[in-house]
Design a protein around this ligand. Structure first.
Ligand SMILES: Cc1cc2nc3c(=O)[nH]c(=O)nc-3n(C[C@H](O)[C@H](O)[C@H](O)COP(=O)(O)O)c2cc1C
Length: 455
């Protein structure tokens, strides 16, 4: 059986040695001061170069309002010092909710989202003073084939995909063009609400295999949303154009974009047509250039599909299978993709992903990438669940406490798969161990010895 090497790096020297031993290209630097510098995105200033990534807690009300644990999470994030808070996947339509507690931004929930906004900006201002204007983005989503609005799978698919649709009958219906056009308007309505509340930006989520991400690779789909590049990007671009028509520059538009699905062509986006193990970033770059010309100033890059090949987007030590590569190779792949994007579209602020596996060494890679111009903001996902004060410790203490770091154990994802409220089982144990245990009761262990079906 293939052996997986778990994280065992103590310091920067260990990290440098491992990077060299694996023959990887990962920049490192101990100039952590660079992470504290404000970042300009158009005419907006983000107070520093660290971001909390969108991390779904699955803890809203049945109607889609934030609830107790949601407010708790965002208070913790806002007091943690990151200059950019990218709020989690928030449905733009009820049928596209990924679980019955996913947040849902609609007119009847506006007041609750306004309270969330006030919680975030109020907490940040009281911790860091009125000049620390934390930049807030709401990630708008439709979960597509992963929709479960009432708790049971209720997939809405853009194409038939033999890799991602193994449990669906061959004649499972595909969402039609009229329905997609109506959904565009749901995103616009949600963006209008986000603007009325005062959030700085919306993200038209286009990653991880959800509806908008799936459309980007809808090569085999007929009609105006499938086939050509223009058709596959139509949904996203229509939403952007419609928001601009309604709101002008009153709210920023951003996106979280998969640059590389790691699913074979013609079912994956950003992949080499002959060898899907190799990224081909020509279409993602082409799309971003078009979006830049439409005034989009910021993109958060991710890769892979959490249900299908999670090692691609969130390098881990423990998960549903033994990672088929050293996690540091996953980190390197992600960062090199991000570098290509940033260097190809220099006018955009690119936010990077994939640091949490690096634990207390993550700030050095974030600083190295920033120094070399690979990206302008470093985003942290699982690390933020485990260690919401990560940015503050980097700025104030010049380091992270290894004992508070995420250990990439996969338990936050397990909770999600079990239908629970997600958080860090290891570092926020009082709240999340009981939730984790309740979800696992009677279920087989997820952590297994199996190799990936597909790499
Ligand atoms: C429990 C959990 C929830 C997540 N929720 C979201 C989400 O709502 N939106 C999103 O774009 N990515 C989501 N992600 C992905 C993370 O934002 C991030 O891309 C990933 O964890 C890799 O970054 P990291 O190494 O810093 O954790 C989620 C990941 C996990 C583990």
């Amino acid at each position: 059986m293939k052996k997986h090497e778990r994280f065992q790096l103590k310091d920067l020297e260990d990290l440098r040695e491992k990077i060299n031993a694996l023959g990887l290209n990962i920049p490192v630097s101990d100039n952590l001061g660079i992470l504290a510098k404000p970042v300009k995105a158009g005419d907006r200033i983000i107070p520093n170069a660290l971001s909390v990534h969108p991390m779904e807690g699955c803890d809203g009300t049945a109607g889609g309002e934030p609830a107790e644990l949601t407010y708790r999470r965002y208070r913790r994030f806002a007091s943690g010092g990151a200059g950019l808070l990218w709020i989690e996947a928030t449905a733009a339509a009820h049928e596209g909710r990924a679980n019955p507690r996913q947040l849902y931004l609609c007119r009847q929930n506006k007041d609750a989202f306004a309270k969330l906004f006030d919680t975030i900006s109020g907490t940040a201002a009281s911790e860091f003073g009125p000049n620390h204007k934390i930049y807030t983005i709401v990630q708008l989503t439709h979960s597509g084939r992963y929709s479960k609005p009432e708790g049971d799978p209720a997939p809405i698919i853009a194409t038939r995909n033999p890799y991602l649709g193994r449990n669906l009958p061959e004649d499972y219906p595909v969402i039609d063009d009229d329905q997609l056009e109506r959904l565009e308007d749901c995103f616009v309505e949600a963006a209008v609400l986000a603007g009325e509340i005062g959030f700085d930006a919306v993200d038209i989520k286009a990653c991880h295999g959800y509806l908008n991400s799936e459309l980007l690779s809808a090569y085999t789909r007929d009609g105006k949303y499938g086939g050509s590049f223009e058709n596959r990007t139509r949904f996203l671009i229509n939403i952007v154009d419609k928001i601009k028509d309604r709101l002008g520059d009153a709210i920023d538009i951003t996106l979280r974009l998969n640059a590389y699905d790691a699913v074979p062509y013609p079912y994956g986006w950003g992949v080499d047509r002959e060898n899907y193990r190799k990224p081909d970033l020509s279409e993602p770059v082409r799309l971003l250039k078009i979006l830049k010309d439409k005034g989009i100033k910021m993109v958060n890059i991710s890769c892979g599909n959490p249900y299908y090949n999670p090692h691609i987007g969130r390098p881990f030590d423990a998960g549903p299978y033994i990672p088929p590569e050293h996690p540091l190779e996953g980190v390197a792949r992600m960062l090199n993709i991000i570098r290509t994007i940033q260097q190809s579209v220099p006018g955009m602020v690119v936010i990077s992903t994939g640091f949490s596996w690096l634990r207390h060494l993550s700030p050095f890679v974030a600083a190295g990438g920033m120094e070399e111009g690979w990206f302008r903001i470093a985003g942290f996902g699982r690390q933020a669940f485990a260690y919401p004060q990560f940015a503050r410790d980097i700025f104030e203490k010049g380091k992270l406490d290894a004992k508070k770091c995420c250990i990439a154990c996969g338990k936050c994802s397990e909770i999600m798969r079990d239908g629970g409220k997600a958080g860090c089982v290891i570092r926020d144990a009082k709240v999340y161990v009981p939730i984790y245990r309740a979800g696992r009761e009677g279920k087989p262990p997820i952590q297994s010895n199996r190799l990936a079906d597909h790499v």
